[in-house]
Design a protein around this ligand. Structure first.
Ligand SMILES: Cc1cc2nc3c(=O)[nH]c(=O)nc-3n(C[C@H](O)[C@H](O)[C@H](O)COP(=O)(O)OP(=O)(O)OC[C@H]3O[C@@H](n4cnc5c(N)ncnc54)[C@H](O)[C@@H]3O)c2cc1C
Length: 338
């Protein structure tokens, strides 16, 4: 197994009100876990809690920057009707514990000299703030932030961002977009905000429709997709349906020392297929984030709908997130035990 999975209880050291519907949670990392909870700015942790008798698993990005001496902090915005975000905002208090997996994620600050253009929407500011703080503290890069929100009251970290801008010696420029004043940001306005910075590195994180608009604008400006880093907080509506293109007939699954060949039905992921066959492989978030369901593809080919957990080297070696893995060859052999 190339990475450590599994939960560790972390104690809440402090809770900070950010806006009417958003709170930050400072988490204590005990000395024995410091190495395991070392993170790269932009990464997230997967958290597990029992809410109303049900076990819930969700991901939250760190809003803190280790390079500026911040304590380990996540920031959670309420989602109307949402289970975990409301439980955290209503119930989780200093002294309580919450279970967390070590940090993961690929939305991280790439080492480069190019300017940075960040598009954040709502709670999407969380990993972006962490990235901006570190880039300002450790590089000479120029940063432009476009930050969209519904209205004044929903701007998370308004003061912190203003202080960063004021102390940046002109390196950080901030464009606040408020829907309440100008309606939703559209692709033409986004493209205008990119201006002549098509050679920058772009960091994009926000609600689904906002991401679509920003991506359209970046395409329009001819930005190289290799320079665009995206963090999705929700599964995109247009993620390909599992099994749509495959002529896979069976999958052989190695789990807990036993090998089983199971029938594959179009529309299912490898994880679905294993569970339908009565197997109990490990899984958690089922959204391509936490990495718990990873397995090694010994034979055949698969594609992943979403991958927020595995690095390019791990994918290259043959690891997949089975909750997102669609078989694309007639026969596939996956190994959960490796
Ligand atoms: C990598 C990553 C990083 C993230 N980082 C952050 C972060 O830093 N800060 C942050 O605030 N969020 C972050 N998120 C989002 C976060 O993980 C949660 O998705 C979010 O908090 C909502 O979770 P919830 O349990 O409150 O809502 P859920 O209970 O999952 O509900 C979400 C929505 O679905 C609706 N819904 C739920 N159940 C049903 C149903 N049965 N039928 C119809 N509708 C339903 C709810 O009404 C709500 O609108 C991140 C996500 C990812 C993947």
């Amino acid at each position: 197994m190339p990475r450590e999975l599994g939960y560790h209880p972390l104690t809440v050291a402090d809770v900070i009100d950010e806006t009417v519907d958003t709170r930050s949670f400072v988490l204590e990392i005990p000395p024995a876990l410091e190495a395991r909870f070392t993170y790269v700015v932009g990464q997230f942790c997967t958290f597990r809690a029992t809410v109303g008798g049900e076990q819930i698993v969700r991901c939250y990005s760190m809003s803190s920057s280790p390079q500026t001496g911040d304590p380990f902090t996540i920031t959670v915005k309420r989602v109307p009707g949402g289970k975990m975000s409301n439980w955290m905002n209503d119930v989780l208090a200093p002294g309580d514990t919450i279970e967390a997996m070590p940090p993961a994620g690929l939305f991280v600050l790439r080492a480069a000299d190019t300017p940075i253009v960040a598009f954040a929407g709502g709670s999407g500011i969380t990993p972006v703030l962490s990235i901006m703080k570190t880039a300002l503290a450790t590089t000479a890069r120029e940063i432009s932030l476009v930050y969209a929100n519904r209205g004044h009251g929903s701007v998370i970290f308004a003061d912190a961002i203003d202080r960063l801008r004021a102390g940046s010696g002109g390196r950080l420029s901030v464009h606040h977009h408020l829907d309440s004043e100008k309606g939703f940001l559209d692709a033409a306005a986004c493209a205008a905000l990119v201006g002549d910075r098509a050679e920058a590195d772009f960091y994009v994180c926000g609600p689904g429709p906002y991401m679509k608009v920003v991506q359209a604008a970046l395409d329009q400006r001819g930005v190289d997709p290799g320079r665009v880093f995206i963090e999705r907080f929700e599964l995109p509506d247009d993620a390909p349906a599992a099994g749509a293109e495959s002529d896979t007939e069976s999958i052989t699954i190695r789990l807990e020392g036993r090998k089983r060949r199971v029938r594959y039905e179009a529309g299912n992921t490898i994880l679905d297929t294993a569970r339908r066959a009565g197997l109990s492989p490990p899984f958690n978030c089922q959204a391509g984030n936490c990495g718990t369901c990873m397995a090694y593809v010994q034979e055949g080919r698969v594609t992943m709908r979403v991958n927020n957990a595995l690095g390019a080297d791990e994918v290259e070696q043959g690891w997949v997130l089975t909750c997102q893995a669609i078989p694309t060859s007639r026969e596939v052999v996956v190994d959960y035990d490796r």
